[in-house]
Design a protein around this ligand. Structure first.
Ligand code: PEP
Length: 360
């Protein structure tokens, strides 16, 4: 099963003390629960090193929120890709809507930043998404395509060689920090569109992971992750509260661990069932020997052996039936929860509160 990604963007929040405390709490949970997702924390640059000191022996990865568009030199106030690398940074955000809209960064700055990061072996988490105006005017897909095309065209050589160094994060601007989330139907359609658009640019891009970001909470995280093509979540506000961030990691972890375990048992049972049927049909003499049929016939006699195989087959078949039902229940529950992800109230809020969220 694909490794999921959970990334927490702390933005310009916290103090040294609160950053250390938050990191320690996340670290404790990660050590206790032994999550297998890729967990990334993205603190303000000034706290990168103290956070790195705490997480360096753990599975938690360090992300930066920004990088200079230039290599080392006379660029007062900037932090270069090589400095980030030197500080143990594995990931860096580029294209976040707050940098696009509040700090007026454009595609050409983003493309220089992508190059600086790839040159320094840092994975880019490239954010993109439409504003509320685009959304209202049904331009979501046009905007997404435009943003993605610019990214891939401006960085064609680098990305074709290093596509594993890119993660894409779809973040509708109107969903960031607002409590609003696209409907499940919208998410399914948008993520299919993103996947197709990226794959059609070059088949090398088919393994680029896709994240969703915008008002993720412990309540909606699991449903969001059930959406086809969503490989992980980029979390802003909820990543600042240890319990919420840990709860998000845990819900996803519990669900996928249970699913993986059930699926493994299901496959093993299927194989045993096939072998048992073959043995009993007399077509599987070798398999029967491997099962020790000689030994069991000495203990049970020929008839005892047959009864034992019959009983075993019944038990395995029943267990197979139970795992089938459980897997079917999980997948039907999956679509039900995803249907209730956004309710009418939220949809109404989008319409009524348009002006409020018009500003990015
Ligand atoms: C973000 O800023 O990347 C983000 C997703 O924020 P929030 O989770 O607070 O909406």
């Amino acid at each position: 099963m694909l490794k999921k990604i959970i990334a927490g963007n702390w933005k310009q929040n916290g103090t040294l003390k609160s950053s250390i405390s938050l990191t320690k709490k996340v670290l404790q949970a990660v050590k206790k629960e032994k999550y297998t997702h890729e967990i990334i924390i993205i603190p303000p640059s000034i706290f990168l090193l103290p956070v790195k000191d705490l997480i360096h022996k753990s599975q938690i990865k360090l992300g930066a929120q920004n990088v200079s568009a230039f290599d080392d030199g006379a660029y007062t106030g900037e932090i270069s890709g090589s400095m980030l690398k030197d500080s143990g940074v594995d990931y860096c955000l580029v294209g976040h809507s707050e940098r696009r809209h509040l700090l007026n960064e454009d595609e050409s700055a983003f493309s220089s930043k992508v190059s600086r990061l790839i040159d320094n072996d840092i994975t880019v988490i490239y954010c993109f998404g439409e504003t509320l105006n685009d959304y209202k005017n049904k331009k979501t897909k046009i905007i997404i395509k435009r943003q993605l095309k610019k990214l891939f065209l401006n960085n064609e050589n680098n990305l074709k060689k290093h596509s594993s160094k890119l993660i894409l994060a779809y973040e509708p601007v109107w969903a960031i920090g607002t409590g609003l989330v696209p409907t499940p139907e919208e998410l399914v359609s948008i993520f299919k569109y993103i996947r197709d658009t990226v794959n059609n640019l070059d088949k090398k891009y088919a393994s680029i992971k896709l994240l969703y970001g915008g008002s993720v909470t412990p309540d909606n995280a699991s449903s969001l992750m059930d959406t086809e093509h969503i490989d992980g979540l980029l979390i802003g506000g909820a990543s600042l509260i240890a319990k919420k961030f840990i709860d998000i990691c845990s819900t996803i972890w519990d669900k996928y661990t249970m699913q993986t375990a059930l699926l493994t048992i299901h496959i093993i049972l299927a194989v045993i069932l096939v072998v048992l049927v073959l043995v009993q049909q007399g077509k599987g003499a070798d398999a029967g020997a491997a099962f020790g049929s000689g030994a069991s016939s000495t203990v049970f006699g020929a008839r005892g052996n047959a009864t034992f195989l019959n009983k075993l087959t019944t038990i395995v078949a029943l267990s197979f039936f139970v795992t089938s039902l459980s897997l079917a229940y999980i997948s039907s529950n999956k679509s039900q929860t995803s249907k209730s992800l956004i309710n009418e109230t939220v949809k109404e809020e989008i319409v009524d509160d348009q002006e409020k969220f018009d500003k990015p």
